[in-house]
Design a protein around this ligand. Structure first.
Ligand SMILES: *Cc1c(COP(=O)(O)O)cnc(C)c1O
Length: 391
């Protein structure tokens, strides 16, 4: 028998079942492996999951692609400014640069790690076009305050919901809040996965049309269907220099089954997170912020903060955990710490005191649906061993 007490506990791990595997195999046997019926089905299942008949779901090959398509469809380009949190993955900001526009980085809230509406307000100029909130770890941003700001200044909201499936804000599921666009990620470590993939969700039919066309070379078949229905099947028109961002049916085959398992996945993540909440509460660490009563947080990550009184820095804690066979991670290395963003925006740690502090203290503990109760025990015991004697 394998000694379970020695097995390395992965920080994150996809949970692929027999249903997914059978669907991928049958896709491979079907003769149609790129965007087709399964991608369409995944889009319509996703819309049904969100429960919005007026929503449009556009499946793409990554959340990064979906964010790029959203900004492109909004006409954002050179001379425009888009406000993003500094405490995010580089994808949120890089898509703004794809279009020649300028990301304006702002600091985040110390308790939630989410974009701080007060910082957003101070960053708004005549050139500001949009705000991109990131629901960090799956805890919703203060969408009410951001919506007030957006409406007052005539700005679009484009949500980076890469972590936020399923998450709610004031009882409404992220994806249904009426932002210009909301983009989910199905990357391997996210709450459901298609290997690589993403979903752009919008209530704006024109934005959806543009994104559908631009995800596939700027080809517009709908216009052709409507106006030239006698034309042969092989005919299409190119209306813009589009991109290659479509989802494959192989990926959608995974997504169809992963989406069905989302309630089960979410229950497991919530159970594990609550286990950490209860059993780490007395240690010299700050636990993740809770969603307001009645709201759901996806629990994509379990980010703790090592407080100064822990007497152990972030790196030593991670090393100590690794020595005990446990993989941890850090979310995120804030943008102001990366050479490109430093040079491009001329930013430094002084501009982002909260991000800088969070970065120094943050550790993400392992959290994934295949994690067993025994593995939860091991993580808790290792964290206690490292931190208990220090207080
Ligand atoms: C993972 C992630 C993305 C990018 O998702 P992809 O599907 O890999 O493109 C964007 N933003 C955040 C905050 C992420 O964590």
């Amino acid at each position: 028998m394998r000694d379970k007490s020695k097995e390395f506990i992965l920080f994150a791990c996809p949970d692929i079942g027999e249903g997914e595997i059978a669907e991928v195999v049958s896709t491979l046997r079907s003769g149609w492996i790129t965007s087709g019926q399964r991608t369409k089905q995944f889009e319509s299942d996703f819309r049904a999951f969100l429960g919005g008949d007026d929503l449009h779901c556009v499946a793409v090959n990554s959340a990064t692609a979906g964010l790029h398509l959203s900004l492109e469809a909004l006409g954002i380009g050179t001379g425009d400014e888009v406000i993003v949190p500094n405490y995010t993955f580089t994808a949120t900001a890089e898509v703004i640069r794809y279009l020649g526009a300028t990301p304006v980085l702002v600091d985040v809230d110390e308790h939630t790690f989410n974009i701080d509406p007060a910082c957003v307000e101070m960053a708004i100029t005549d050139r500001t076009r949009a705000i991109m909130p990131v629901h960090f770890a799956g805890l919703a941003c203060d969408m009410t305050s951001l919506d007030v700001l957006a409406k007052r200044h005539g700005l679009d909201l484009v949500e980076d919901a890469a972590h936020a499936l399923p998450t709610t804000w004031r009882g409404c599921t992220i994806g249904t809040l009426g932002s210009a666009a909301c983009v989910f990620s199905f990357y391997a470590n996210k709450t459901i996965t298609t290997g690589e993939g993403g979903m752009l969700v919008t209530a704006d039919p024109d934005l959806a049309d543009r994104a559908r066309s631009m995800r596939l070379h700027g080809i517009n078949r709908d216009v052709f269907n409507r106006y030239q229905s006698e034309s042969p099947d092989w005919y299409y028109e190119v209306i813009a220099p589009g991109f290659k961002y479509n989802m494959t049916d192989i990926a959608a085959a995974l997504g169809l089954h992963q989406l069905r398992r989302l309630p089960e996945f979410h229950a497991r993540r919530e159970y594990l997170a609550q286990g950490y909440d209860e059993r780490l509460a007395d240690l010299p660490i700050r636990l993740p912020a809770s969603a307001p009563p009645g709201d759901v947080q996806s629990r994509h990550l379990y980010p703790i903060r090592l407080l100064p009184e822990a007497g152990l820095d972030r790196d030593s804690f991670i090393e100590g955990m690794a020595a005990r066979g446990i993989g941890c991670s850090v979310h995120f290395i804030p943008l102001h710490r990366h050479p490109y963003w430093q040079a491009y925006c001329g930013v430094s740690a002084m501009d982002f005191p909260v991000s800088e502090m969070l970065f120094q203290q943050e550790v993400s503990l392992p959290l994934h649906t295949a994690m067993s109760d025994e593995q939860l025990d091991r993580v808790v015991n290792a964290a206690r061993e490292l931190l208990e004697h220090t207080c």
